[in-house]
Design a protein around this ligand. Structure first.
Ligand code: HEC
Ligand SMILES: [Cu+2]
Length: 352
């Protein structure tokens, strides 16, 4: 065997193993974004369709690949023999056109049914939410409840949530053109793009209380990989409590908190304007905003596109240098002093 064939073989074995490892990674048991474990009717509808179409596709794939490999080997050129030559066969071509056409026509029936069912406007008890995608975080407006929140979407269980995906024309921090994002919570519903200047609609729903992860699935710039989101589904009564809590502004008598609030509203920092020029901590304030609405911030599990756990250490790193912590973040490094940092963290942690 020559050196180059043995090297080729080793490369082939390596590529095969790598492919196999990649395939195995799809079997992870605790994957939080598993489309094959739907947790609501809309996601289930899509999974059911997949269950129907995928096995058919596998059978066809295996048959076609088998025939292909068989033909390549059987009719190949050999020493002293030219590769077999064919010049069309009308009968075979008609058969190979009619069979796929019939299969596709058959599959189109349940597919079209699912498409229409998923696109249907839900009726009865519906929660309306407007989702605005920003680089690189999510804003959620609840028009019927008069509240706004960010990154963590709260919904009641067993209620269809009608989501209006509103594409902003420009980014509110720096005025640059906004880009396309895509909203996806695999266990609760399908995936839908958010296109600047356009409105798209999608419905999702959850059967059980719990936390469901999602993320932006359309490359949207440096921070795209860190534009995740989470959905927190509650029993209706707990959801109502969450809304009530979010609406009332906490009162604090702590001096440090008061100092932090003052900085938040009118602080002058070396690296940029007051926090309030981009943020508000009032859930009932008008949206969209340049930065996430911070009402109830202390009750959030995560921040900055559901990327960082919401704890004091992370919060301090964030306020010290947002783009240093999250690639592409549009919140500037405000060059806060240690004193300002301490007061602002105290204030943020008082926002319950
Ligand atoms: C120029 C606009 C701007 C200013 C000024 C600004 N921020 Fe931000 N802030 C943002 C943006 C944009 C994000 C979202 C970044 C991301 O996740 O990509 C953000 C995110 C945050 C978050 C995380 C919120 C969440 O739930 O994800 C906190 C907390 C925060 N800012 C606090 C502050 C504080 C405190 C100040 C003042 C010291 C401040 N910001 C000043 C734009 C701004
Ligand atoms: Cu994105």
């Amino acid at each position: 065997m020559s050196i180059s064939t043995s090297r080729n073989r080793r490369l082939l074995v390596f590529a095969g193993l790598a492919l196999f490892a990649l395939l195995l990674s799809g079997c992870a048991a605790d994957a939080p974004q598993d489309t094959l474990q739907p947790a609501g009717p809309n996601a289930r509808e899509a999974r059911d369709l997949w269950n129907l179409v995928f096995p058919i596709a596998v059978v066809i794939f295996v048959i076609v690949e088998f025939l292909l490999v068989f033909a390549v080997i059987r009719f190949r050129a050999k020493p002293g023999r030219e590769a077999s030559q064919f010049h069309g066969n009308t009968k075979v071509e008609v058969i190979l056109t009619v069979i796929p056409a019939l299969i596709l026509a058959g599959i189109s029936v349940p597919t079209i049914k699912s498409i229409f069912e998923l696109a249907e406007e839900p009726t009865g008890n519906v929660l309306n939410v407007t989702v605005v995608a920003h680089q690189f975080w999510w804003e959620y407006q609840y028009p019927d409840l008069g509240i706004v929140t960010a990154n963590e979407l709260h919904i009641p269980v067993d209620v269809p949530v009608r989501i209006r995906l509103e594409g902003q024309p420009t980014d509110l921090v720096d005025g640059t053109s906004e880009v396309i994002h895509s909203f996806w919570v695999p266990r609760l519903g399908g995936k839908q793009d958010i296109v600047p200047g356009r409105l798209n609609l999608i419905t999702l729903a959850a059967d059980e209380p719990g936390t469901y992860m999602g993320q932006c699935t359309e490359y949207c710039g440096l921070g795209h990989a860190e534009m995740r989101l989470l959905v927190e589904a509650h029993e209706q009564a707990d959801f109502d409590d969450w809304v009530t809590d979010l609406k009332d502004t906490p009162e604090s008598t702590d001096d440090l908190v008061a100092q932090g609030e003052d900085l938040f509203i009118q602080g002058q920092f070396a690296g940029g304007p007051a926090c309030s020029s981009c943020h508000t901590a009032d859930a009932t304030a008008d949206a969209p905003n340049a930065g996430p609405n911070l009402a109830g911030f202390a009750t959030r599990m995560t921040f900055a596109g559901a990327i960082f756990e919401n704890n004091e250490a992370n919060l301090i790193s964030w306020l010290r240098d947002p783009p240093g912590m999250k690639e592409g973040a549009k919140m500037p490094n405000l060059q806060l002093t240690e004193e300002q940092l301490t007061a602002l963290v105290a204030y943020l942690q008082s926002l319950e």
